[in-house]
Design a protein around this ligand. Structure first.
Ligand code: AHR
Length: 524
C-alpha cells in the first residue's frame, strides 16, 4: 500500500516488526510551495524556581568555586548560547502565582528568606531575582518571558514590577533599578498573565479568570515607549491543559469583544507526555520498549489537543491574530529514586529526544497558530537540556535535539508528502517515521526525519522538487537502546554523529538508525 500523506500530514500504511524487512519510506519535498514561518519562539525554554532548576542549575553565586560570571554558571551559559534560546519563561509555573518580586531585588544579603511552598517548602534565599534573571537572559542572548502573579498578587504589584523592569523615564522604580546597577530598561518580550489559574494559580472559574485577565492586561503595562509599539511585548493569557475547550472558549469569546482598553496576543496551552496518567509513573532510566512506545503515543496526542483548541480559536479569530503558546510541554516521568519528589528530577534518554522531535514537528505543522512553546524545563527539572550536580555538568539527548533544530528557527516551512509506515509494538501502534522540511533565510533546505521504530532502521528516499538540490549532509542522534542516557561519567553516549547520505538528480537516499532523530541540510 503506497498512499502519500498530504502536505504537512502524516499517514501510516506499511507494517514494520522486528525481523521483517520494512519498505522504504518515500518523501516528496516541494520547495516551490512555501508554508508559514516556523516561529523561532517554539524553541523556547522554561526556568521555574523549582528544585535545582535555578539554584545550582543556573545560579551558584559569585563566590562559588564553580566558574561563573556574576554568580551564573559559565558552562551552562556556553551550552545554552549554542541553542540560540529564543525566550525563557520565568519564574513559573505554579511558583509564579506565589512570587512577590520585591523580595528578589536589592543587595542580596538583605533579601528576605521565604518558603517556596509551590515546590517542597524549601527555603528560598531570593538570591536569584529579577536582575539576576535579566543578567542570565543577556548572557545567553535570549528574551524574557515573565509570568506575573495573578493568584496571590495584585494588578498594582504586577504593574510596579513592569515599571521596575521597563521604565526608561526617571520614575522612582526606574531609579531603584539604576541603584541596583541597571540604569538601562530591560526588554520584556512576553508577559504571562498568570499560570494554570484553574488549578495551582488560584482554582478559578473561567469567568473569574477572564475578569482578572482584562484587568491585568489593562494595567500591567510596559513602561518603555520604545517597547510599547505593537508586537513588542506580547501578552499571553492562561489556557487549559486538557482537550476540554470550555476555558479557551471563555478567553476567546471575551477577546472577540475586546476594546481599546485591553488585549491579549496569545493563549497558553500545557500538554505533558504522561502515558499512564497522573501521578507520572514512567521510569526515566532502566525502562523498556513498552514505556518507549507508550510515551511516543501519548506525545502524538499533542496534535489532536492543538486541533481541538484551534477549532475554538478559529471560530472567534479566523485571522489567527491570537496565537497559541504551548508554554509547558515535555515528558514528565516518575521522580528519580533518592531525589526529593517535589524537585521533579528525572533522567533524559534517547526516548525523550525522539519525543521532543515529534513535539517540535507537530508545532511546526501548526505554525500558522502555534508561535511559541516552552519545554519544561531548562535545567535539572523534568525534560531538561542540562543536568548538573555541583561542578558536574552533562548535556542531555534533548539538548542535542534542540541544537540540531537550530536551522529551523524562523525558517519557512516546506511541505513534505510521505508515507509514514506503521510501527507496532505490543498493543501500541505508531507511525514508523515522521518528517518536516523548511527553508532557511540563506536558501538552504532542511529536512528532519524521526525514526520511531525502536528496532529497525528505515531507508529514506526523498525527491526534492522546486529546487536544484546539489549537495546534502546529514547528522543523526540515536542511542544503543531506548533508555540510553548521558551521564556525568559517560557524557557522550547519545550525541549527534554524521550520517551517510547520497544525492543524485535531486533525489536523496539515506538509512536512518532505529529510535533516531536526523537532520539533513540540502544546498542548492
Ligand atoms: O512544570 C512543572 C509544573 O507543571 C508547573 O509549575 C505548572 O504550571 C505545571 O502544572
Amino acid at each position: 500500500m503506497q498512499r502519500l500523506a498530504l502536505a504537512f500530514g502524516l499517514m501510516a500504511t506499511a507494517i514494520s516488526a522486528p525481523g521483517l524487512a520494512a519498505e522504504n519510506i518515500h518523501l516528496s519535498i516541494d520547495a516551490s510551495k512555501p508554508g508559514p514561518k516556523i516561529d523561532r519562539n517554539i524553541f523556547g525554554q522554561f526556568a521555574e524556581n523549582l528544585g535545582h532548576g535555578l539554584y545550582e542549575g543556573i545560579w551558584v553565586g559569585p563566590d562559588s568555586s564553580i566558574p561563573n560570571t556574576r554568580g551564573i554558571r559559565n558552562d551552562v551559559v556556553a551550552a545554552l548560547r549554542d541553542l540560540k534560546v529564543p525566550n525563557v519563561r520565568w519564574p513559573g509555573g505554579c511558583f509564579a502565582d506565589q512570587y512577590h518580586w520585591r523580595k528578589g531585588i536589592g543587595p542580596r544579603d538583605k533579601r528576605p528568606a521565604t518558603v517556596n511552598s509551590a515546590w517542597g517548602d524549601v527555603i528560598d534565599t531570593n538570591a536569584f531575582g529579577t536582575d539576576e534573571f535579566m543578567d542570565f537572559i543577556q548572557q545567553i542572548d535570549s528574551t524574557p518571558y515573565v509570568s506575573v502573579n495573578v493568584g496571590s498578587g495584585t494588578p498594582q504589584e504586577a504593574a510596579e514590577w513592569l515599571e521596575y523592569m521597563t521604565a526608561a523615564a526617571p520614575t522612582a522604580l526606574a531609579k531603584e533599578r539604576a541603584e541596583n546597577g541597571h540604569p538601562e530598561p530591560y526588554k520584556v518580550g512576553f508577559l504571562g498573565i498568570g499560570n494554570e489559574s484553574w488549578d495551582c494559580g488560584g482554582a478559578m472559574t473561567p469567568d473569574y479568570y477572564v475578569s482578572l485577565m482584562k484587568v491585568f492586561s489593562r494595567f500591567v503595562l510596559n513602561m518603555n515607549p520604545a517597547q510599547r509599539e505593537k508586537g513588542q511585548m506580547l501578552k499571553i493569557a492562561v489556557g487549559p491543559s486538557t482537550p476540554d475547550t470550555e476555558w479557551t472558549e471563555a478567553v476567546m469569546k471575551a477577546w472577540k469583544k475586546h476594546t481599546w482598553a485591553w488585549d491579549i496576543n496569545g493563549v497558553s496551552l500545557h500538554w505533558y507526555t504522561v502515558p499512564n496518567g497522573w501521578p507520572p509513573s514512567t521510569k526515566s532510566e532502566g525502562f523498556g520498549l513498552d514505556d518507549y512506545t507508550k510515551s511516543l503515543k501519548s506525545t502524538l496526542f499533542m496534535d489532536e489537543f492543538l486541533r481541538k483548541h484551534e477549532a475554538v480559536m478559529d471560530k472567534y479569530d479566523p485571522e489567527k491574530k491570537v496565537t497559541i503558546s504551548v508554554d509547558e510541554w515535555g515528558a514528565w516521568h516518575a521522580p528519580l529514586s533518592g531525589s526529593n519528589p517535589a524537585f521533579l528530577v528525572q533522567q533524559n534518554s534517547i526516548r525523550d529526544a525522539v519525543l521532543a522531535s515529534l513535539n517540535l514537528n507537530i508545532f511546526a505543522r501548526h505554525a500558522d497558530r502555534v508561535r511559541m512553546a516552552n519545554i519544561a524545563q531548562m535545567i535539572n527539572v523534568l525534560q531538561a537540556m542540562i543536568l548538573t550536580d555541583k561542578e558536574k555538568f552533562v548535556l542531555t539527548p534533548t539538548y542535542y535535539v534542540f541544537k540540531m533544530y537550530v536551522p529551523f528557527q524562523d525558517a519557512t516551512s516546506i511541505p513534505v508528502a510521505f508515507d509514514a509506515g506503521v510501527y507496532t509494538q505490543g498493543s501500541v501502534t505508531l507511525p514508523r517515521t515522521d518528517a518536516i522540511a523548511a527553508r532557511s533565510a540563506d536558501g538552504k533546505l532542511w529536512l528532519e526525519i524521526t525514526n520511531l521504530d525502536a528496532e529497525n532502521p528505515a531507508t529514506i528516499e526523498a525527491a526534492v522538487n522546486g529546487m536544484a538540490a546539489k549537495s546534502a549532509r546529514a547528522e543523526t542522534l540515536t542511542g544503543a537502546a531506548v533508555d540510553s542516557i548521558n551521564t556525568f561519567d559517560a557524557p557522550n553516549a547519545v550525541v549527534p554523529k554524521p550520517a551517510t547520505i547520497k544525492i543524485q538528480n535531486g533525489r536523496l537516499s539515506l538509512t536512518v538508525e532505529p529510535r533516531s532523530v536526523t537532520v539533513v541540510s540540502i544546498e542548492p
